[in-house]
Design a binder for this molecule. Structure first.
Ligand code: KG4
Ligand code: ZN
Length: 363
């Protein structure tokens, strides 16, 4: 049994977790997530404030994770820490802590790619959510469609050309005058609304696209966001007020209808692109990850559509979909078992290529 302490500080969640296991048999022993609510005041994450908040909370959060796991540092076998991509100042707090703890306790250190962590999260809850599968990672900063042949072998099929899926939710929420982060607010509003006369184009989704076309798997959400902006202006009081400031004259009915029509367009796009990938590679499993995977409408639509191509959809619970250290510990365990170690001069990176990428050759 190997015990790994995971540390995650790439954005606005300070998190620590302990997992225990071997191979695919892994148990979550503890998970502590401290969300930095302060950013709500600013309508988005303020990097400097995030770094400072990690600095004050990381030690108690890690201590709490060990306490809940009923363990001591001496019980650990390794320390895994997110070292990119993310806010570099925020990442540095976790990386410095991880390095100091590993050095002082003579433990191996494993630097983990944040998005690879998201890919492992679902496996902590669903034992079948293991390769081979089609992976869709939808977070605030990234949108990636992957064919996962095996852990550590990732074929990147498509990604976003502009805004990430979560970013689109957050920006549209702002246009509708909803709080940050916008995803859960849009989902709630959309669930209670009818799209009415609103219908937005499905971005980068056309029937004449074929495998091998550059836009077959890629997505783009900035045009959709602009379409929402025009709808908000059109629905307001003749466009006199600034829609970008959130100071809109939208009626509750229009706000709900636009939220619903936006979510419908985004969900259908993600679902169709994922179905294409599962079909082309003959995968019978689809694994979702990242904050947008909290969206029950997305998950339900994905389950319905993927059933048509004979694939089962696995989605993480809210706690494991959004940023957390359990997924980092889980990905760290995989690398540890492969004999990998990070040096004590491990650095933090704002952008970092996903490890284990293989050529996107079609089968
Ligand atoms: O993975 P995550 O916690 O952080 C990043 O690594 O970015 O994802 C955060 C994103 C935010 O953009 C948030 O609006 C979105 O996930 N999100 C949702 C929902 N819950 C969170 N988007 C749509 N529907 C939700 N229910
Ligand atoms: Zn994330």
């Amino acid at each position: 049994m190997t015990r790994v302490l995971g540390i995650e500080t790439s954005c606005d969640e300070t998190s620590a977790a302990v997992i225990e296991g071997v191979g695919e048999t892994v148990e979550l022993r503890s998970l502590v997530i401290l969300s930095q609510d302060v950013h709500r005041v600013f309508g988005g994450v303020v990097p400097e404030i995030a770094s400072r908040a990690h600095l004050t909370s990381l030690v108690p959060v890690a201590e709490q994770a060990l306490r809940e796991a009923q363990m001591d540092v001496r019980d650990l076998d390794a320390v895994a820490v997110t070292n990119g991509p993310g806010l570099v100042g925020a990442l540095l707090v976790g990386v410095s802590f991880g390095k100091a703890l590993a050095f002082a306790s003579d433990l191996p250190l494993i630097g983990v790619h944040h998005m690879e962590g998201h890919l492992f999260a679902t496996a902590l809850e669903h034992h079948d959510a293991v390769p081979p599968f089609t992976g869709l990672l939808v977070s605030g900063g990234h949108t990636m469609l992957l064919d996962v042949e095996a852990w550590g072998r990732y074929r990147l099929l498509g990604s976003t050309r502009d805004d990430a899926a979560g970013e689109a939710f957050d920006k549209v929420a702002k246009l509708l005058g909803l709080p940050y982060p916008g995803g859960p607010h849009i989902e709630r509003l959309a669930a209670a609304s009818d799209p009415g006369s609103y219908r937005f184009p499905r971005p980068m989704l056309r029937r004449d696209q074929r495998p091998g076309d550059a836009d077959y798997y890629d997505v783009s959400f900035s045009g959709l966001k602009t379409a929402v902006l025009h709808a908000v202006r059109g629905a307001g009081d003749g466009g006199h007020r600034s829609a970008t400031s959130g100071d809109t004259a939208l009626s509750d009915g229009d706000r709900g209808a636009i939220a619903r029509a936006f979510q419908d367009a985004l969900v259908e796009t993600l679902v169709e692109k994922t179905a294409r990938a599962a079909q082309q590679f003959g995968r019978t499993k689809v694994v979702l990850g990242g904050g947008v995977a909290c969206n029950r409408t997305l998950v339900a639509a994905m389950q319905r559509r993927l059933a048509d191509v004979g694939a089962t959809v696995y989605a993480p619970s809210v706690r494991l979909a959004t940023d957390n250290a359990a997924m980092i510990a889980r990905a760290g365990l995989f690398h540890l078992e492969r004999g990998e170690r990070s040096p004590l001069d491990l650095n933090a990176y704002a952008s970092l290529p996903l490890p284990g990428l293989v050529e996107p050759a079609a089968r």
